[in-house]
Structures are given as structure tokens and as C-alpha cells.
Design a protein around this ligand. Structure first.
Ligand SMILES: NC(=O)C1=CN([C@@H]2O[C@H](COP(=O)(O)OP(=O)(O)OC[C@H]3O[C@@H](n4cnc5c(N)ncnc54)[C@H](OP(=O)(O)O)[C@@H]3O)[C@@H](O)[C@H]2O)C=CC1
Ligand SMILES: CC1=C(/C=C/C(C)=C/C=C/C(C)=C/C=O)C(C)(C)CCC1
Length: 318
């Protein structure tokens, strides 16, 4: 059988890079991967990770999701413009008090995370409709379901993606095209480092001292702990995406981190919002030490499980 043609955006690092490499290394050779990035001078890491798959099951192409011409040129360069699976992965973060962020910065987040997805889908959907087949996967986020403090604009951009897809779903269903929102919790990639570094360089003189303190001394500290105890690896997320795209009937939503399922479920348990809002508020401002102790315990358990797995592998039991 011919391999499925997969186009992935944002493959210079993180989830996009891991996913491209994972699919290109598929033992059954089910995929031909077009791994795209906006800046080809960053292609070395992917080239290295791709190894012998490079220019066989994996090809690197230039694509900037903020530029319609770049998207068109990339899709036109694919034989027959055929894209069986589109993975909208490219994305940027933004954290901090909104009064310290410029409108331009906020628009850049929406232009990439939301309009980037819209541009990509506009380019491939008509062909998928003609073929009455295809699968479009969004790397959304748990923040597409539940807002988290100081992520106002980023969460809004992911909520926009979720609303857009919920609405588009009926058309895609009619044309036998699958649409899936993959919703990871924290993933340890350059994403965290980039947003954290930008936040450290930020000018907080435009906000009051109390807000600046909430951000620097509560939020940043808490998220560091959250990433180091609950964070997944990009390979983990890639494994979930592989599972989603190889299902006969892929589901619409897929969360990759079980810990976050109850967090996002709170909203549905209490539609008036009290439960979720109260919990987050109390966790951050009233029971921070309890939260840190729990996160630390989770980290220890995960480390122990990892060691047991390593030992079992060495003994040939896994
Ligand atoms: N890390 C996390 O905790 C989580 C991440 N996500 C989502 O996962 C996706 C991947 O993020 P992750 O791998 O973590 O982060 P990385 O920062 O490692 O990767 C982001 C990728 O997006 C690319 N990108 C940014 N802007 C554009 C653009 N205009 N056109 C094309 N590519 C672009 C970056 O390219 P460049 O190198 O040129 O900047 C990079 O390749 C994002 O959509 C993010 O929102 C979801 C949940 C959690
Ligand atoms: C769990 C949790 C927190 C942090 C969650 C974080 C930091 C999630 C990050 C998700 C990301 C980065 C998604 C990207 O799309 C808080 C609010 C500190 C306190 C309450 C419990």
C-alpha cells in the first residue's frame, strides 16, 4: 500500500521534531513525512534526528504558518498536492500580566496559533473534500479547555482553535475527513524555556507590585514545579499522535496527560465555574505548600517507576 502523506508544521524542535522522526521511522513504512519549519537554518537538529530516513521517508520543507504564500508554495511542491494527514503543530506561548504585553505580541500569538491553523486548513481542505478522505490533527492544549492564570492570550488562542474545530467538524464529517484535537498538558520542550526567558526579560513596571509578585513569585515558581513533576516528553506526545492517526475511527478529542483529565472535567462538573476557579485559586494562594508537596511526591513516584522500567529492560523483561 502507498504510504500516507503527512505534513507537519513547526518541526525545528519539540513535539513537531519528535513526531516527524517517529512517523518516518515507522517499521511498517506507513508514512511519508513532509517535516516543515519556517526557518531552514534550524534544520540541523531534525536532520540529525532523522538519520537514514532523511530524504527517504522524511523530507524537510520550508513553511511559515503566518505566510499564505509560503504555505501555498510548500503544498504545491508536494506531488499532486496530496496531503493525507495534516498535523498543525506550530505554536508560540506568551505568559505574564496583560498590561505588560503589547497588542503586537498578542496578535503574533493569534496569528500563529489560530490563524496559522486556519490558513493551513484552508489550503488542504478543498483537496481532502474532493478525495473524500483525510485527517487533520491539531496540537491544541489543555489550555484550549481550561484557562490558567497569566496565560490569558495563549489560552484564548487555543480556545479559538477548539471553537473553530468544533464548528468545522460537521463539514469534515460529511466529507469523511477526520478532525482531532490533541490536548497535551505541560511538555518539556523549548516552549517552556522560551516563554520563561521572555518572561524574565519582561518589564513589569506597567503593572502593580501585587500582580508582579503574583506572577514572579507564585506563577513562575509553580509552573517550574508543575513542568518538572507532571511534564511529558515530546516523544510521549508523538506516541499519542501516532495512536490517534492509526485508529480506524479517530476520536475528536484526545488528552495526552491523565493528570489533567480531572482538571478539565471540573468545568463540566460545575458549569457555573465555582469548583474549578476555587480549586486553582486555593491551590496557588492558600495551599501552595501542599501543592508543592504533592508535585514532589508525583515526581518521586515517576522517577521510581522509570528506574523499575530501566531495570526490567536490562533484565530483558520488557
Ligand atoms: N510545551 C508545552 O508545554 C505544550 C505545547 N503545546 C503546543 O505544542 C505545539 C508545539 O510546541 P512545542 O514543541 O512544545 O514547542 P517548541 O517551541 O519546541 O516548538 C514550536 C515550533 O513551532 C514553530 N513555529 C513558531 N512559529 C511558527 C510559524 N510562524 N511558522 C511555522 N512554525 C512556527 C517553531 O519554530 P521556530 O524554531 O522557528 O520558532 C517550532 O518549530 C504548540 O502548538 C504548543 O502550543 C501544547 C501543550 C503543551
Ligand atoms: C496544574 C496547576 C497549575 C499549572 C498548570 C500549568 C503550568 C500548565 C501548563 C500547561 C501548558 C504549558 C500547556 C501548553 O499548552 C497551576 C495554575 C500553577 C496551579 C494549579 C494547578
Amino acid at each position: 500500500m502507498d504510504p500516507l502523506i503527512v505534513l507537519i508544521t513547526g518541526c525545528s524542535s519539540g513535539i513537531g521534531l519528535s513526531l516527524a522522526v517517529k512517523l518516518a521511522n515507522d517499521e511498517q513504512k506507513r508514512f511519508k513525512v513532509y517535516a516543515t519549519m519556517r526557518n531552514l537554518t534550524k534544520k540541523e537538529a531534525l536532520e540529525e534526528a532523522a538519520g537514514t530516513t532523511l530524504n527517504h521517508t522524511l523530507e524537510i520543507k520550508k513553511l511559515d504558518v503566518c505566510c499564505e504564500r509560503s504555505i501555498k508554495e510548500c503544498v504545491e511542491s508536494i506531488p499532486g498536492r496530496r496531503v493525507d494527514i495534516l498535523i498543525n503543530n506550530a505554536g508560540v506561548g506568551l505568559i505574564g500580566p496583560i498590561e505588560c504585553q503589547s497588542l503586537e505580541e498578542m496578535q503574533r500569538v493569534f496569528d500563529t496559533n489560530f490563524f496559522g491553523v486556519v490558513r493551513m486548513i484552508k489550503e488542504v481542505l478543498p483537496d481532502m473534500k474532493k478525495r473524500r478522505s483525510g485527517h487533520i490533527v491539531m496540537i491544541s492544549s489543555v489550555m484550549g479547555l481550561q484557562g490558567i492564570m497569566f496565560n490569558d492570550i495563549y489560552a484564548a488562542s487555543k480556545f479559538a482553535v477548539e471553537g473553530f474545530c468544533e464548528s468545522l467538524l460537521y463539514q469534515t464529517m460529511k466529507f469523511n475527513i477526520f478532525l482531532t484535537l490533541v490536548e497535551p498538558g505541560p511538555v518539556v520542550t523549548e516552549f517552556e524555556m522560551k516563554t520563561h526567558e521572555e518572561a524574565m526579560r519582561g518589564d513589569y513596571s506597567k503593572t502593580d507590585r501585587e500582580t508582579a509578585d503574583m506572577f514572579m513569585n507564585h506563577y513562575l515558581k509553580n509552573t517550574r514545579a508543575v513542568f518538572s513533576s507532571l511534564g511529558q516528553t515530546p516523544e510521549d506526545v508523538a506516541e499519542h499522535v501516532l495512536h490517534v492517526i492509526t485508529k480506524k475511527k479517530p476520536q475528536f478529542r484526545h488528552q495526552t496527560n491523565q493528570v489533567y483529565t480531572p482538571v478539565t472535567a471540573l468545568k463540566h462538573a460545575d458549569p457555573r465555574g465555582g469548583l474549578a476557579n476555587d480549586l486553582f485559586y486555593k491551590l496557588v494562594f492558600q495551599h501552595a505548600s501542599l501543592m508543592h508537596a504533592s508535585l514532589h511526591a508525583i515526581k518521586l513516584i515517576r522517577w521510581k517507576a522509570h528506574k523499575v522500567q530501566q531495570g526490567a529492560r536490562m533484565l530483558g523483561l520488557l
